[in-house]
Design a protein around this ligand. Structure first.
Ligand code: F6P
Length: 192
């Protein structure tokens, strides 16, 4: 049976600084994750064919850089656009836009950043990615927190209200194997 593997990019410089969005490079720990990925995937999949999908942001491309498979870059896999809040910490956002911060807490799925996107917007832009995923064989997606929440919720049929709170930790590969109804799941966390 074919599998869909998904992982967030390795820890980025912005992750370390607590800033959202941006296009920062991997931290040293993130680099170590990138180095460890090939063995993890090989152990799991052996010599079966695999295609790696990344976003256009450098933290996903760097995470995929040592993987010896065909790679494809999707603009639609870029992280949720936080608009005017891009590059800020949650603390800074709460200071600068207290009303927005509260509104997001009230309805995280529908809240749209000023000049940016909501989770609902991201679900819509991921439709073509999901269509293609449904047609493909083994795929490894190196993505972002909000994006992987949407894809994970699709494959597990989780409700929209829960979607923005799904836990997708760093340095963890989630393997989904679609069944007649639902998906089997395994997780591999690297101690990095
Ligand atoms: O902090 C990393 C990150 O990927 C941000 O770029 C993004 O805005 C955020 O996570 C999404 O998580 P949440 O919707 O919980 O703020």
């Amino acid at each position: 049976p074919r599998s869909i593997f998904m992982s967030r990019h390795g820890e980025s410089q912005y992750n370390v600084e607590g800033k959202i969005g941006g296009d920062s490079p991997l931290s040293e720990r993130g680099q170590a994750y990138a180095c460890a990925m090939p063995a993890l995937i090989l152990d799991n999949i052996g010599d079966a064919p695999l295609t790696v999908w990344t976003s256009t942001l450098q933290r996903t491309i760097q995470t995929a850089q040592y993987l010896p498979y065909n790679k494809l870059t999707w603009k639609s896999l870029d992280e949720l656009d936080a608009g005017v809040c891009d590059g800020m910490t949650y603390e800074e956002i709460e200071q600068a836009y207290p009303e927005d911060f509260a509104n997001r807490d009230d309805d995280k799925f529908n809240y749209r950043y000023r000049g940016g996107e909501s989770y609902r917007d991201v679900v819509v832009r991921l439709e073509p990615v999901i269509m293609e995923l449904e047609r493909q064989e083994n795929i490894l997606i190196i993505g972002h927190q909000a994006i992987l929440r949407c894809l994970y919720a699709y494959f597990h049929n989780l409700p929209q209200a829960d979607l923005p709170y799904i836990k997708i930790p760093l340095h963890t590969v989630i393997k989904l194997t679609p069944k007649a109804y639902g998906c089997d799941e395994e997780r591999y966390t690297l101690p990095i």
